[in-house]
Ligand binder design. Sequence first.
Ligand SMILES: [Zn+2]
Length: 124
Amino acid sequence: MKLIKPLDIALIVTILCVTVCFFLFNMESKNSNLQAVVRENGTVIKTIDLATVSQPYTIDFGGDYHIAIMVDSDGVAITHSDCNDQICVHTGMLTYSGSCAVCLPARFSVELVDCDDNIDAVVG
Ligand SMILES: [Zn+2]
């Protein structure tokens, strides 16, 4: 009695291929090393490697506008500012490289960058 037919093997191989491809693709996207760059008056005051974030937390930057940001492993958001327009707060969570939230009145910005390219600069 033949339990496994050639067609079944082909099917299993196909499923395995798709699974492996899917897995690799997921690893690839996870590997993109996002870093939050916080600037005030155009000067970088803090950089956060999101890969090192295990639990969401809030950083209070204080200042005239009492800006606070929330940092998660998936992204970063400005959660509080005393500015009038609240554009920075409404920008919400940044999750993609290149996206940024800006608070013009406070001259404060948070940008997500892919730090794979400049990992040496981050470490050094
Ligand atoms: Zn603002």
